[in-house]
Design a protein around this ligand. Sequence first.
Ligand code: BG6
Length: 474
Amino acid sequence: MGFKTDFLWGGATAANQSEGGYNKGGRGLANVDVVPTGEDRGPIIRGKVKHLAFDEDHFYPAKNAIDMYTHFKEDIALFAEMGFKAYRFSIGWTRIFPNGDENEPNEEGLAFYDEMIDELLKYGIEPVVTITHFDMPIHLINAYGGWRNRKLVDFYGNLVTVLFNRYKGKVKYWITFNEINMILHAPFMGAGLVFEEGENEEQVMYTAAHHELVASALATKIAREIDPDIKIGCMIAAGQYYPNTPNPEDVRKAQVDNQSNYFFVDVQARGEYPAYALKELERKGIEVPFVEGDKELLKENTVDYVSFSYYSSRVSSADPSAYESTSGNIFPTIKNPYLERSEWGWQIDPLGFRITMNELYGRYQLPLFVVENGLGAKDVPDENGYVEDDYRIEYLQKHIAEMKNAVEEDGVDLLGYTSWGCIDIVSASSGQMSKRYGYIYVDRDDAGEGSLKRSKKKSFDWYKKVIASNGEDL
Ligand code: BG6
């Protein structure tokens, strides 16, 4: 017994990394629009620098990205050619509510997603929609301070009400927040947070996290009222933390690091703050801004499935000096001597994928959905745009094989697999185009130059074969 017959094979992207068209169709300005490439990107992503407008000194890759805003039909046709059963994309909040706090949505923005969804359905491709993927109206940051403000819950509630009503009967799988645990590592992307000098940053992050958790439960409640067939998923950046040594101090540190990741899913899947988190927050003097009704809302509106991204495992040590951190990692980690690394220092661990899946399934006993996985690498195309990306094929082969083991040997219930950046898009951490994940090459460079022409890589036909054989022919 391999994958289910209706297994959702496909690919994934996010609005801010693919759409472009930042000022088209009545769209408002988003936080991600003003995140530049270069060395200022990191501090901005982490909320350390206030940078809420364009300037002449930087390049802003999200403004035009790969212009999926105008190329989406061509791109979806290529996905269909590969045999995609599902395509995960995200909604640009500012297309629907340009400022975020309006009463009425922007019809032009909705019309864009109408067309996109209809195009997918035309090919029998299931849309898997992320409601927010590192994306929010900049006005909500300027006027309300981002997700630190409880009012965001209402604005998000308005957004999802519009979406669920509009796409009732068309979109079944929704994801409330992309990599919700990213709030703790890239708070500007995860929650529109910019810290004030001297404020308690952890307090702000957990306040924002609480508001997102409440908003996610509210979305689940609204979804079930509008369309009982909807399936709501949470989403975390997964990747098991291994202890650096069998020293119990390291084992304990790995446990704590894992808990800090699982905390979010514990709330979304089990419906309450776990004891370890309440104790830890209390020790740190952090107050969770519960208001009346929050606990019931969280308890009664848990998710239907757990979706996650997996790129790498991580290593924890009780000894801070052991962290000679690997470059390019948003999550602090230690070099694992047993693993190879990508050109960006991301450690490659296919067996860790199986381990992570077992941890998640064992903990929640809910269907899992792999909504991101893949290798970011530099590609060198020939004159026709063809890339011999054997390294990417090898990465995916090994990961899919371990995913299969998790299903076949360990009995993990898995809904689907949408590999990341099925078409080359802008990198979230670096803003580069040259960190490519796709089966489809896009002619665009790190400075935004290029024809935007799409062409198939070697992995295109390979993935087509994988899908056609339901994962048997790797
Ligand atoms: C995940 C994000 O963290 O990893 C994506 O959900 C991101 O938005 C992906 O693109 C890969 O990371 P990067 O930095 O290589 O683009």
